[in-house]
Design a protein around this ligand. Structure first.
Ligand SMILES: Nc1ncnc2c1ncn2[C@@H]1O[C@H](COP(=O)(O)OP(=O)(O)OP(=O)(O)O)[C@@H](O)[C@H]1O
Length: 967
């Protein structure tokens, strides 16, 4: 364990831009470091804090907080803190003590010139690698698709579009509501990846239903290289301070004493509460909704979250005077978290109230009351239908223009303004900014779904008294107390035959009840000797994941997985094409969830849905109601919940008694009429507006193209040179993959390289097909880590090399000087949007003339060769005054040149931020979905950018002295 002492100065290894940190607080697990240069604090777990101790040595130049530059002559220590004895340059008699707490906050690492003149030379290869790393870093910063390149995903337009729309928002608060299986988890992952990579977010909490914890964890690592820590009661307990009985008693006595004293004083002030927050120990935390019920929710909410993500958010039940406990817990965190992503495939189907409840979580100020929301909803219809017509109709009628002019009195209404008008309408509608919903209707390419109803006779044993409850009618097997029903139920016999006929195919079987699933599983496995797995709520998470993996295994795995309802949510079973619904749920959304296990992105074949049911029975009523009434099996049905509400009174009586066929026919045709009406209404209503704001095919195509182009620009050639330099062993795996292992001579750990080695591919197609390989992109942590490592160390800053070119006279001196312009700024400001690290290259002749236009860095590098160290040192030693003079004069020129770039960046920033601010303010006047905090954040950001860009510096990053030596 590292010894920290408050007041010591440390540098963040992964965020050197924070400047010199100072230890502020310590307990036995956590260390808090302040970074005064950027006014930030970080708390790290002591045993793996990414920090390096900064200690200066005799002869180093230090800079104090009041900007004095002093030369260190002696280093002492007092109570764990360094005290430097130092004097101003050229005044050795004026020695003064400088405790490390008084050091300046911006760290100036040793410059390339210092290294050159003090003969601390690297080889020519290190210099070239450093320059290439600088150029690569610069290119990454300038990328317009930052955060989208690294994830191991197929390039799917609607997902990229949503990520792109949300990426530049400050602390986004949105509802991701794509239909089941269209990739909401992937969209959330893309947004997280972008926000984390750009530094807009650092601390993320993801809350998902328990059965999905493992799947989310794996998906985040596998696709996004995001390593979440799973928090459960056990882990939390391990993190709590361990108090001995003696300490505990002492604490009780202390508290008792304090309480008595405060009663005596009764000054009305609450005693100050101090507690350790274990949720600060990790930056990325994943937990289940159940865990929220067990933990201290206020403590969790107070853990400074940049983003809260809640999956399957439709479970958060809410009514105006009776919000559920789950809802209130999420609300407590959502109020304090800066950003919020809610994921649900069924945003409105559960009714307007529940939709309102979710929007209210996103922005309580914007959605203060249900009544106001209902009122507002009615107006959206007008805007939505208008947007649809303006979008679809090539030429606009006078009536249409008049209608548009009424809603947009401040705009000129003509077809050549189509895009601007549509954009304005989308901006003004509430849902467009806070909600994204893509449906199979507006995204092509999904396989078809086919339903097969299998009518079966109702066995004698299932004839109950007519006053039996509905549950008993729909699931007659549940009235048995053991598994005898399996031998008499014709659905089971049918299933046995079905398994036999489809022996080579995977089959997912879903039923409502856990007992039905376990009986059926035991029957199939032990009595019929079939290879069948089981999945239900009484199995623990590991057992469930094991069962899902056993089902997924296509060599030795199970032919079928029999699930209770719990298997119908969130899981990925698209490798199967057959779905057997042993019974049907009464909730259309649940039916869609069940089908959604197979009808997902990645499904390669048509989906066959098999529904065995009893003739003339409640089960037939439900089957026909779903199939003939609302076509819910073969097509996604966005109006399902409303249809249910409107046909409930006719449906429910038929589920209890022995239904007459005439009554079933009447129910079916009534339901069809309601479904048609609701679909027409939805088609012309708000759905259209949402569709337009959720997907723009042109922009999506641009993003796909840009990413496909990036895939061509592989980091592998650069990385191979890095591997060589750092001693990483490489071995070809295949055309598109390499195997990497720590080499024998490697001194330090290499970023992202495990002891046992790793296989990496730079081909997206291979990465998608082979989970066991890492996808090597410029955003992979191994690449970003290598760039960071190369750029923070000294190697390659100064080199001497031999130029072999017969046309150049031996002895000719050239100096290649590489400068960078950089703004030291906290990452979240994204100062690099305006001033990305910019490289300036000068090539000087012996007179100091810049001849960089005459020969490129790459061209020159081809002719530059290794020069041995003693000769290099001799050359530098003999030319020191000249080199010093030429480089100092040149640095002044570079600083002057940089001024233009910095001024340009400032101008660009003012224009863009000013434009965005004006847009947001204008938008807020029309659309209250724009939050005040967004505007305030933008103003604060502009002010901070003004400061950091104004202080941007140009400095010599690498220098190569080149001496011609003939051919
Ligand atoms: N761009 C993509 N590339 C590769 N696979 C993808 C992509 N998008 C989605 N998938 C796969 O499709 C499946 C569905 O995606 P995801 O789980 O994100 O959907 P969802 O909308 O969250 O589903 P549900 O509504 O069931 O929760 C998953 O197996 C996911 O890995």
């Amino acid at each position: 364990m590292t010894d920290f002492t408050p007041g010591q100065r440390w540098l963040s290894e992964s965020e050197t831009e924070l400047g010199l940190g100072i230890i502020k607080e310590l307990d036995y697990r956590l260390v808090t470091v302040g970074y005064p240069a950027v006014e930030e604090e970080r708390t790290y777990a002591i045993n793996n804090a990414p920090l390096s101790r900064v200690i200066f040595s005799t002869g180093d130049t230090i800079r104090t907080a009041d900007e004095l530059e002093l030369v260190v002559t002696e280093v002492n220590e007092l109570n764990g803190l360094k005290v430097y004895m130092a004097h101003p340059l050229g005044q050795p008699e004026d020695i003064q003590p400088v405790p490390e707490t008084h050091l300046g906050h911006k760290l100036r690492l040793t410059t390339a010139l210092d290294r050159l003149l003090s003969n601390q030379l690297s080889s020519n290869r290190w210099f070239e690698l450093r320059v290439d790393a600088l150029n690569a870093h610069c290119q990454q910063q300038q990328s317009t698709i930052k955060g989208l390149r690294g994830p191991r995903i197929d390039l799917i337009g609607h997902q990229l579009y949503i990520a792109d729309q949300v990426a530049n928002r400050f602390a986004p608060r949105v509802l991701l509501a794509d239909e089941v299986g269209l990739g909401k988890t992937i969209e959330a992952g893309l947004i997280l990846h972008q926000q984390l990579l750009s530094g807009r977010a650092k601390r993320v909490l993801v809350v998902v239903p328990s059965p999905l914890v493992h799947q989310w964890f794996v998906e985040m690592v596998r696709r996004f290289n995001l390593h979440f820590s799973i928090f459960d009661a056990e882990r939390l307990n391990a993190l709590q301070p361990k108090t001995s009985i003696k300490d505990m008693l002492a604490q009780i006595i202390e508290e008792e004493k304090a309480a008595t004293e405060s009663e005596d004083e009764d000054n009305g002030e609450a005693p100050e509460q101090t507690w350790d927050n274990p949720f600060l120990s990790e930056q990325l935390i994943l937990c289940s909704t159940d865990f929220l019920a067990e933990c201290d929710i206020d403590q969790l909410a107070a853990a400074d979250w940049d983003l809260l993500v809640v999956d399957e958010a439709h479970h958060l039940e809410w009514a105006p005077d009776a919000p559920s406990d789950d809802y209130q817990r999420v609300e407590t965190i959502a109020r304090q978290a800066r950003g919020l992503l809610l994921l649900t495939a069924t945003p409105e189907q559960l009714g307007l109230e529940s939709h309102y409840a979710r929007l209210r979580l996103l922005d309580p100020d914007r959605y203060p009351s249900l009544e106001a929301f209902r009122e507002e909803q009615s107006h959206y219809q007008d805007i939505a239908s208008l947007a649809g017509k303006l979008h679809d109709e090539a030429s606009w009628s006078a009536d249409l223009k008049a209608e548009a002019a009424r809603l947009l009195p401040d705009m000129t209404i003509s077809e050549d303004q189509r895009e601007a008008i549509l954009a304005e309408l989308l901006d003004r509608s509430g849902p467009g900014r806070v909600m994204f919903r893509n449906t199979r209707h507006n995204i092509a390419g999904f396989p078809a779904r086919h339903v097969h109803g299998i009518p079966l006779p109702l066995p004698e044993e299932y004839h109950y008294e007519s006053d039996e409850e509905r549950e008993g009618h729909l699931h007659p097997e549940t009235l048995f107390h053991d598994d005898r029903w399996c031998t008499l139920d014709p659905r089971v016999n049918w299933l046995e035959q079905f398994f036999k006929q489809h022996r080579k195919e995977k089959v997912l079987v879903i039923c409502a009840n856990r007992h039905t699933a376990t009986d059926l599983h035991a029957h199939c496995n032990y009595k019929l000797g079939m290879n069948v797995a089981m999945f239900h709520e009484d199995m623990d998470l590991i057992e469930r994941d094991r069962a899902a993996a056993f089902f997924a295994d296509d060599v030795d795995g199970a032919q079928a997985l029999i699930c209770s309802e719990i298997g119908s949510e969130g899981r990925n079973f698209q490798f199967a094409h057959h779905l057997v619904l042993l019974d049907l749920p009464l909730n259309p959304d649940l039916l869609e969830q069940r089908i959604g296990r197979l009808d997902r992105i990645g499904q390669t074949e048509d989906i066959q849905i098999h529904v065995p049911y009893f003739e003339g029975h409640a089960q037939e009523v439900l089957f026909r109601w779903y199939h003939e009434g609302m076509d819910a099996f073969e097509h996604t049905n966005p109006a399902g919940h409303d249809i249910y509400l409107r046909s409930r009174d006719a449906l429910e009586p038929l589920l209890c008694g022995d239904p007459e066929y005439t009554a079933i026919d009447a129910l079916v045709s009534e339901t069809r009429a309601v479904a048609d009406e609701l679909h027409t209404l939805m088609e012309t209503g708000r759905d259209r507006l949402l569709e337009l704001s959720s997907f723009d095919s042109e922009r999506a195509e641009q993003l796909k193209q840009a990413l496909a182009d990036c895939d061509e620009d592989s980091p592998l050639p650069f990385m191979q040179r890095v591997f060589d330099r750092y001693g990483v062993d490489q071995e070809d795996h295949s055309d598109t993959a390499v195997i990497l292992k720590p080499g024998q001579h490697m001194r330090d750990a290499f970023p992202g390289l495990p002891e046992e080695g790793i296989t990496m591919t730079d081909s997206r197609a291979t990465a998608l097909a082979r989970d066991d390989m890492q996808f090597l992109t410029w955003e992979h942590p191994m690449v970003t880590g290598s760039l960071e490592m190369l750029l923070t160390e000294h190697r390659g800053k100064a080199a001497v090399s031999l130029l072999k070119n017969p046309k150049i006279n031996p002895g000719t001196l050239l100096i290649e000087a590489i400068y960078t312009i950089d703004a030291v700024a906290p990452k979240y400001l994204q100062a690099d949007r305006f001033l990305p690290t910019t490289v300036i290259r000068h090539l000087l002749d012996a007179n100091g003339k810049n001849i960089s236009q005459a020969i490129s860095h790459d061209g020159l590098s081809q002719q530059c060769h290794k020069m041995d160290k003693p000769l290099s040192r001799k050359i530098v030693g003999s030319q020191k005054p000249l080199l010093d003079k030429l480089l100092k004069a040149d640095e002044a020129r570079a600083v002057e040149e940089a001024r233009g770039t910095i001024d340009g960046a400032l101008e660009k920033m003012r224009q863009e931020q000013g434009h965005e601010l004006a847009r947001l303010k204008a938008l807020q006047a029309k659309n209250p979905a724009v939050r005040d905090e967004e505007i305030q954040a933008l103003e604060a950001q502009t002010e901070a950018l003004e400061k950091v860009l104004g202080e941007a510096r140009c400095q010599l990053e690498a220098v190569r002295v080149i001496v011609a030596g003939g051919a």
